[in-house]
Design a protein around this ligand. Structure first.
Ligand code: URA
Length: 448
């Protein structure tokens, strides 16, 4: 087989065979296929797409390129949840304890912040002492003992995706549905769960801005999951404003603590309970509504909060911060973003807020940057809320971006720049806008 022939075949709209796809992935991983050949293939896929069979084979080849987690030592059905990303999305920290409180094992590996989105691992690490790195044996022991463990990615899962993603990033080939679907699902399939719930976000703070594109992506991921023998369902959720009010690591943890004590924002609770309900439905073979009601009950009666504390303690976190969130570090500087006219918040540039939070110190510009756990944004107003001139829409908390020891004046200047840049992120209109539904659709099968 020659790579150039396969590139030409895909360029002309042909369908690659399973053997050809495995030849490409294996060849790229062992160095026989080089970056310029792979780049040409990615571009051909970008323009010509892939059939469902090709996408499944590509995903399985990427899954098979590295370690695969074996969760069989944990009794029961393991259901994983994956979000395609958003701003202020702290649902995993609520869902994990809520599902575990229902007796379903939660063995969750999460990622760090990426671009405009935060990461669950970074959020957990804002709890002093909380460890996110464990060996696979320790991870499995934690789940067996506590019914839950939430850690960073352990092992070398889907290294082919890692290499391909880096290449896609610099060749303009990221936004391709088969490439995104196979990238996400190769890692999910390698993480060992029996069933998968996907939260496919849609809106101006999501990878997919349009509902039909999000549906297409969700459909392709469902088809891959089911094709690989793992029952997969997807919820299409709205990301046209941040979830909840907090963006930034310890700010979000504080919101999670309140939520688990029954005082969470409506949107955050609705999405968290919906996703938990779907996980419980798959794990317990009950209806989605029954699963959702069960999750709501475990949050209401405090057992999800107890499970959260148990998790934090088991992974070395200082529980006194959970019991008294005022102990969390506060940012050295803060400033208000105020309304310049009266009206209703009609539009929020969610992506811009995600970027702004990162610039304040909550995210990384370079891989090795140190996050400031206290940095971020607290919203006071969301879409549909009324404001009067001078009223605060949001408070910005300025931390030390990149490294922990910046002079106060640098932090203050940075805060003022970010404040200036996000003034236009909020649109104020005379009329109260209609709210988007929070859950656009639940997809249990592939939409054509
Ligand atoms: N997230 C991934 O893991 N891969 C993609 O291609 C896009 C988002």
């Amino acid at each position: 087989m020659r790579m150039v022939d396969l590139i030409e075949k895909k360029r002309e709209g042909g369908e690659l065979s399973d053997d050809e796809i495995r030849f490409i992935i294996n060849g790229y991983m062992n160095g026989d296929i080089v970056d310029y050949e792979m780049s040409a293939m990615l571009m051909a896929i970008y323009f010509r797409g892939m059939s469902e069979r090709e996408t499944l084979t590509l995903t399985l080849a990427m899954r098979d390129s590295g370690d695969q987690v074996d969760l069989s030592a944990i009794p029961g059905i393991k259901v994983d949840k994956h979000s395609t990303g958003g701003v202020g999305d702290k649902t995993s920290m609520i869902i994990g304890p809520a599902v575990a409180a229902c007796g379903i094992p939660v063995a969750k590996m999460s990622g760090r912040g990426l671009g405009f989105t935060g990461g669950t691992v970074d959020k957990f690490e804002s709890i002093p002492g909380y460890r996110t790195e464990f060996t696979m044996d320790e991870f499995i022991s934690l789940v067996r003992e506590h019914g839950i463990s939430m850690i960073g990615q352990s092992g070398d899962l889907a290294p082919a995706d890692k290499s391909l993603y880096a290449l896609r990033d610099v060749t303009g080939t990221v936004p391709s549905i088969p490439l995104i679907a196979s990238s996400i699902m190769s890692k999910k399939l390698a993480s060992g769960a029996d069933k998968i719930v996907l939260d496919v976000t849609v809106g101006n703070g999501a990878f997919m801005q349009e509902l039909d594109k999000a549906k297409e992506l969700a459909g392709r991921m469902i088809s891959i999951g089911n094709g690989a023998g793992k029952k997969t369902v997807a919820l299409l959720t709205d990301m046209n404003e941040p979830l909840g009010y907090a963006i930034g690591n310890n700010l979000e943890v504080k919101e999670v603590i309140a939520a688990l004590q029954g005082d969470g924002p409506d949107d955050l609770m609705e999405i968290s309970c919906a996703l938990s309900g779907m996980m419980l439905s798959l794990a317990k073979d009950i209806s989605y509504d029954e699963g959702k009601a069960l999750a709501e009950e475990k949050i209401k009666d405090g057992s999800a909060f107890s499970k959260f504390k148990e998790l934090v303690k088991a992974q070395g976190g200082d529980i006194s911060f959970i019991e008294d969130p005022s102990k969390f570090k506060t940012a050295p500087v803060s400033s208000e973003l105020t309304a310049d006219k009266a009206g209703y918040i009609s539009l929020i540039d969610t992506y811009a807020l995600g970027i702004a939070s990162g610039r304040l110190g909550a995210g990384r510009e370079k891989k090795d940057d140190i996050i400031d756990m206290s940095a971020g944004i607290i919203l006071h107003k969301k879409i549909g809320d009324h404001v009067v001139p001078g009223e605060s829409i949001a408070t910005l908390y300025g931390g030390s971006p990149g490294r922990p020891d910046k002079p106060l004046q640098v932090i203050e200047d940075n805060l003022q720049h970010v404040l200036h840049d996000i003034k236009s992120a909020f649109t104020i209109a005379d009329e109260r806008p209609d709210k988007n539904p929070l859950i656009h659709e639940i997809m249990v099968t592939i939409h054509g």
